[in-house]
Write a protein that binds this ligand. Structure first.
Ligand code: G6P
Length: 368
């Protein structure tokens, strides 16, 4: 183990910094020769079958479920096909009605999570074709699925998922492109989308350059008992993921919420004792997000704002700002994940937590 970890302090840290290479591996060989779409070898579906699908259903647990939510956003946004997302543990018992032309996806890093395997079996029992997005060749889920897409990011050792998550986001974005190009997306928009995906590893490298600054910020936030993570649209699932990472490894209570829903409840939690991490990238609703941040400041809450290079905030709105590079909508969730991974990691280290083996958690949960 000591050799594999190299100069890093934990596997989680190593795996965070491995992400640019992991993303390169996950996309290798998966773009068409004309550079306008994605292609996958193991879907076991003809293009005509894909063309006829009128709904996708996605299931997963934990971090993989967050990846399903981002896939939902991108497939609906770019391919204009409705997507349903379920916790695997709920799907298997709730007898959900699914349309005839639904394609079922399960997402699982390990391929051994019993709830996700149970959802796969239930969907198959109902006669659906089930594909898996999975990182472990030959896993139970890989064997039982009708086809799928391997993540190809190598073993993930840290219990808190990092490179497996961002590669699931990438594959979701690539699959959205693949379907979009059969439905509603032009050749030139496809070419632009592919270029954006190919740029993702370098953008993640740039986001990782913020690590020393995030480490400094983490020192000032390590002693709080509660924290909120707030984001909108495709970054709402990343807010959930940021909160999950923080609670998993630092044991700070954290909640992820859609930023505009704050006013319907969680704002009651805000005080000088509960800081918020906000995603406020350049977007059409940037000003609305700034107003939500101002609501927090008016209640003495501290704010860490993750934003796009070049964005400016009125004085006094952001206590700490973390910049990420400007990027295509399909890549934004990937790049925006990096700062919250680093923030959780450095906060947990500051608190002296056993980052790679957090209490009560298992890398893969094979019991119900
Ligand atoms: C466990 C892990 C989580 C993971 C979840 C799903 O709870 O602690 O980090 O997201 O299982 O794992 P899977 O292997 O199915 O992606």
């Amino acid at each position: 183990e000591a050799a594999e970890i190299g100069s890093f302090s934990h596997f989680m840290e190593k795996e965070i910094f491995e992400q640019p290479v992991a993303l390169e591996n996950a996309m290798r060989g998966r773009f068409s020769a004309d550079g306008s779409t994605a292609q996958f070898g193991g879907l076991n579906l003809t293009p005509i079958e894909v063309r006829q699908i009128d709904r996708f259903a996605f299931c997963g647990c934990g971090t993989a479920w967050h990846a399903c939510l981002v896939a939902e956003h991108l497939i609906e946004r770019f391919a204009r096909v409705p997507v349903e997302v379920d916790y695997a543990s709920e799907f298997r018992y709730r007898n959900s009605p699914l349309d005839g032309n639904t394609l079922f996806f399960v997402v699982s890093q390990s391929g051994e999570t019993i709830d996700t395997l149970g959802a796969l079996r239930e969907a198959k029992r109902k006669g659906y074709k089930v594909l898996a997005i999975n990182n472990t060749v030959g896993s139970s889920i890989a064997r039982e699925a009708d086809g799928g897409i391997y993540q190809h990011v190598g073993p993930e050792i840290g219990v808190a998922s990092t490179k497996a998550f961002t590669s699931q986001l990438l594959i979701g974005a690539m699959f959205a492109l693949y379907v979009a190009r059969m439905r509603d997306m032009s050749f030139s928009d496809g070419v632009e989308y592919v270029k954006a995906l190919k740029a993702a590893p370098d953008l993640v490298r740039k986001a990782l350059e913020q690590a020393p600054r995030i480490k400094e910020i983490a020192k000032r936030y390590a002693q709080y008992a509660d924290m909120l993570f707030l984001g909108r649209l495709s970054l709402f699932p990343i807010a959930l993921e940021g909160a999950l990472k923080l609670k998993e490894i630092s044991y700070i209570h954290a909640e992820g919420y859609p930023a505009a829903e704050m006013k319907h409840g969680p704002i009651a939690l805000i005080s000088e004792k509960c800081p918020s991490v906000f995603f406020a990238p350049k977007s059409e609703i940037f000003n609305k997000i700034v107003s939500s941040i101002q609501e927090i400041k008016a209640r003495n809450g501290k704010t860490i704002v993750i934003t796009t290079e070049g964005c400016e905030f009125p004085p006094g709105v952001a206590d700490d700002v973390i910049y990420i590079p400007d990027c295509h909508e399909a890549v934004l969730p990937i790049v925006a994940t990096v700062p919250v991974q680093l923030l959780s990691y450095y906060i947990a280290c500051e608190r002296g937590c056993d980052v790679d083996k957090p209490r009560n958690l298992a890398k893969s949960v094979t019991v119900e």
